[in-house]
Design a protein around this ligand. Structure first.
Ligand code: NFS
Ligand code: SF4
Length: 623
């Protein structure tokens, strides 16, 4: 129906929503509609539940209703507190992911992990050097043990600095120090947000926001970067690889397993278990042709970047994968997993398997994963999925045909390799104007925006204007699905970018990984700024999160801006009830960190803001 066509630009979504409607099954879009109108106080960010004198909410009308909370907090105080609590949530999620990777490295170095190994010795050596760990005459396990301990210590550090923050240009670090936002320890900055936002502590909106920026830097240049770097050490640094994306990657004649969530610690072992001969034989014994592992959301990105495992879809497609009736198991760990999956899986044969003690769900079977026995547990989980193939109801299976090829795996290292060993050809192309600038386009889906339209509309407009796009997260999946990650997509780019892509054989949209891998984008920006002898805020670069929804995305936006990169948000953050906070985020931040936010719900206009920003930066650089 017409209503369904309005929900997404993706034909697989239309087909699955049709099916859902016929079967009377509700999805995220239905629940969103039932929620409308969403709470106006919440939208403005002016409700507070931080103590039990409240809840309080500030009236948006000055002549009517309360202008202060019971404790006296103004709208700006409440908005700032709420905003930085979102940053704390997001930074905690990314950083706890990083901590889990450090833990896996530690166990692996001690010989206690059940199946992991150190795959990228070159990266291990580089990180050891960065941390001042001697490598001479020592085994990779000995080096890795020291590195794991050093990285682990970043979380509980009291006085800083965080080692990876020193990858930023000196001018940037100086500015952070001058503003008092150079983070001391990853956990410390998050805890301090919780302290400062307790009733009766920090009631200066600007001071609150500065602490939010500080914690976000501890995420981007701390916890997230740890997650990326240690994942590369354990599982290999991504290199260009071909793959496919969209629900059409499910196979009617195979056992289909969807890996959904975030940490590669689990998904890597699920992948290994899927090629276990005994399990493959078992699948064949049940009449399947084999085991088909596909990814969803960021764990999908991790598998896709490193191994070319197909991407089934992004955040808004998790329920739709189940509605195909072809998924034998949905295996999840942490983050962005809708609790709706429990009830939904009950309408189908799909087994919903949770694996982390941190993330349990109604309707899920819990199979606790741990690193010590990783491979054997992964085999049990995959075995359970294979068994469940016997329960599949062929009449209930409908897999959309649509899928697209994609070329992925553009880690910073892979980009430099594609450029012939240095960033110079890219910098030259920027200087010559062939490439106007680089945009990092990232983030979630959100039913407030037509699914994938924000992502694809913005990215297409950018490449048309010769902006090279680097992407992660659910934006990466959206662009992969429409073929923008193919070298042929250079045809949709402006002449300058098209020429560069064609000569290098790369797509105009480069998949850099999962959301923690936005740290890879920071590294590229730092390297480019250092090569030019300028700060990141001087570069013709910009960020965007066209369909963002999660607290993680708030932390990302904050650290990208704190790193000096202008960022466009495509959904409105809950801050407009605080005029001072809104002013600080969209203007004042320029004086603090050399960058600020803009909000623009129209993707083409959003791209326009980014392009105008790049033009201004180019002019200032005299290029
Ligand atoms: Ni990022 Fe990944 Fe997607 Fe948003 Fe969720 S999967 S960590 S938060 S929804 S981009
Ligand atoms: Fe109300 Fe202040 Fe308590 Fe918040 S902290 S609920 S504004 S009294």
């Amino acid at each position: 129906s017409d209503k369904i066509l309005q929900k997404s630009i993706d034909p697989t979504v239309h087909q699955m929503l049709d099916r859902a409607e016929q079967a009377g099954i509700e999805t995220v879009w239905d629940r969103y509609e039932k929620m409308l109108p969403e709470c106006g106080f919440g939208e403005l960010g002016v409700c507070c539940r931080n103590c039990n004198m409240g809840p309080c909410r500030i009236s948006p009308f000055e002549d009517e209703g309360p202008q202060k909370g019971i404790c006296g907090a103004t709208a700006d105080i409440i908005v700032a507190r709420n905003l930085i609590r979102m940053i704390a949530g997001g930074a905690a999620a990314h950083s706890d992911h990083g901590r889990d990777l450090a833990h896996t490295l530690l166990l692996t170095a001690e010989g206690k992990s059940g199946g992991y190994e150190i795959k990228d010795e070159a990266k291990l050596a580089a990180l050891a050097k960065e941390y001042g760990i001697t490598a001479d005459g020592r085994t990779k396990e000995e080096i890795a043990l020291d590195l794991a301990k050093a990285v682990y210590a970043e979380f509980g550090k009291q006085e800083g600095p965080l080692q990876f923050t020193r990858r930023a240009p000196q001018k940037r670090v100086d500015q952070w120090q001058k503003m008092g936002i150079d983070p001391r320890g990853i956990d410390r900055e998050i805890v301090e947000i919780m302290h400062r936002t307790h009733i009766g502590v920090d009631n200066d909106p600007v001071n609150l926001i500065l602490q939010g920026l500080k914690a976000s830097i501890a995420d981007g240049w701390g916890g997230s970067m740890v997650a990326t770097e240690i994942s590369d050490v354990l599982f290999g640094t991504p290199e260009p690889v071909r793959s496919e994306a969209n629900l059409g990657v499910l196979k009617a004649d195979h056992v289909n397993i969807v890996a959904h969530g975030h940490e590669p610690v689990l998904s890597e072992m699920i992948l290994a278990a899927c090629s276990d001969p005994a399990l493959v034989a078992k699948a064949k014994g049940l009449g399947a042709k084999g085991i088909n592992l596909v990814g969803m959301c960021c764990t999908g990105n991790e598998l896709n970047m490193r191994h070319g495992i197909p991407l089934a879809g992004n955040f808004m497609q998790q329920e739709l994968a189940v509605i195909t009736g072809a998924v034998d198991a949905m295996i999840v760990d942490v983050q962005c997993i809708m609790p709706a999956l429990g009830d939904l899986c009950e309408c189908f044969h799909t087994q919903f398997i949770s694996t982390s003690y941190k993330a349990k769900f109604p309707g899920a079977v819990h199979m606790q994963f741990n690193e010590e026995n990783a491979l054997s547990i992964a085999k049990e989980i995959v075995g359970s999925a294979v068994d469940n193939y016997a329960n599949r109801v062929p009449e209930k299976v409908f897999i959309p045909e649509e899928k697209s090829d994609c070329m992925v795996g553009f880690s910073a290292e892979a980009i430099i390799k594609a450029l012939g060993g240095t960033l110079d050809p890219l910098l030259d192309a920027i200087k010559s104007g062939a490439i106007k600038g680089i945009a990092g386009v990232v983030g979630c889906n959100n039913p407030k925006i037509k699914h994938d339209l924000g992502h694809v509309g913005l990215v297409k407009e950018l490449i048309k204007n010769n902006v090279l796009v680097v992407t992660t997260g659910c934006n990466a999946i959206a662009t992969a699905k429409v073929g923008l990650m193919l070298p042929e997509a250079a045809d949709q780019a402006g002449d300058g970018l098209k020429g560069v892509c064609q000569s290098l054989g790369i797509p105009p949209v480069l998949h850099m990984g999962s959301c923690v891998d936005i740290s890879r984008i920071l590294n590229v920006c730092a390297a480019a700024a250092n090569a030019l002898g300028v700060d990141i805020s001087d570069l013709p670069v910009a960020g965007a999160a066209p369909e963002w929804m999660s607290e993680k995305a708030v932390s990302i936006g904050a650290y990208v801006v704190s790193s000096g990169i202008f960022t466009v948000l495509g959904t409105v953050p809950p801050v407009l009830g605080g005029p001072l906070v809104t002013e600080v985020l969209t203007q004042g931040a320029n004086d603090v960190v050399g960058a600020a936010f803009a909000v623009e719900t129209d993707p083409v206009k959003g791209a326009g803001l980014m392009i105008a920003h790049m033009d201004a930066k180019r002019k200032a650089l005299g290029i």
